[in-house]
Design a protein around this ligand. Structure first.
Ligand SMILES: [Mn+2]
Length: 249
């Protein structure tokens, strides 16, 4: 029997630079951002973060899942539409096939093991696709009249409101009603996967949070709590709730 750990170990998936982003941002940006934003939020909640890099095959993922207590599916590039049986549309941006395959497999394995899971931005999209749902490839070109979900502002700045369902895990964690969030996404959940329920929506109807109530803790949000947890108690609560769930197995 392994020695009992007093702190939860939280795996955080980490994207890498793909496509046009290579020339716009410095090499290593995703690793630095993942550690500085998500990693520090996990540390602030009394847990220990460990990055899960691109390129793991199933055997490697199983080994990682043997050791972590919880998982964060982090933000990143678009999900290739082939994973939800659709053809690419004009608004599709950068994709990373190896990251898609790794995160989709990791999400399915974590759900099967009932490891507490928090999806963030791309993470809600990965969770929905892993469970059989589909995505809006580009809100701006596919959803007339939608709010601006992808403003060119810092992730620490709040951008629009969402309404949280009362009878949901998310509602129990941060309270029901309307809150401001720092969304920065151009893709979104389209057909909600079987087994998932919507627990927050934006004023234009865009899905902003989903969860799987059959699991111990499987929740994903479309906004970026890793960008605002230092100033916004709602966002810190999401990380705290994940870490708390890791101790309740
Ligand atoms: Mn949004």
């Amino acid at each position: 029997m392994p020695a009992r750990r007093c702190k939860a170990l939280i795996g955080i998936t980490c994207s890498r630079m793909v496509g046009a982003a290579w020339s716009q941002l410095s090499k290593g940006h995703f690793i630095n951002y993942t550690l500085e934003a998500y990693g520090r939020a996990v540390v602030a909640c009394g847990a220990v973060p460990v990055l899960v890099p691109v390129g793991q095959v199933t055997a490697g993922l199983e080994l990682i899942l043997d050791r972590i207590d919880g998982l964060i599916l982090s933000g990143g590039p678009d999900v290739h539409p082939r994973h939800y049986r659709a053809m690419p549309l004009a608004g599709l941006a950068d994709v990373d096939d190896e990251l898609d395959r790794m995160e989709l497999e990791l999400a399915r394995l974590a759900l099967a093991r009932d490891i507490p899971l928090l999806g963030i931005c791309r993470g809600i999209q990965i969770l929905n696709v892993a469970c059989g749902g589909s995505l809006i490839q580009d809100i701006g070109s596919q959803v007339p009249g939608a709010l601006l979900h992808n403003p060119s502002i810092d992730k620490r700045v709040l951008s629009h409101t969402v309404r949280i369902e009362t009878d949901s895990l998310l509602g129990r964690i941060i309270g029901a009603g309307e809150i401001w969030v720092n969304g920065r996404h151009h893709q979104a959940v389209d057909k909600v996967a079987p087994g998932l329920t919507v627990s927050a929506v934006a004023p234009d109807g865009i899905v902003e949070a989903v969860e799987d109530s059959a699991r111990r803790f499987a929740l994903a949000v479309q906004w970026h709590p890793e960008g605002t947890w230092k100033s916004d108690p709602h966002c810190l609560r999401l990380f705290e709730a994940l870490v708390e769930a890791c101790g309740s197995g």
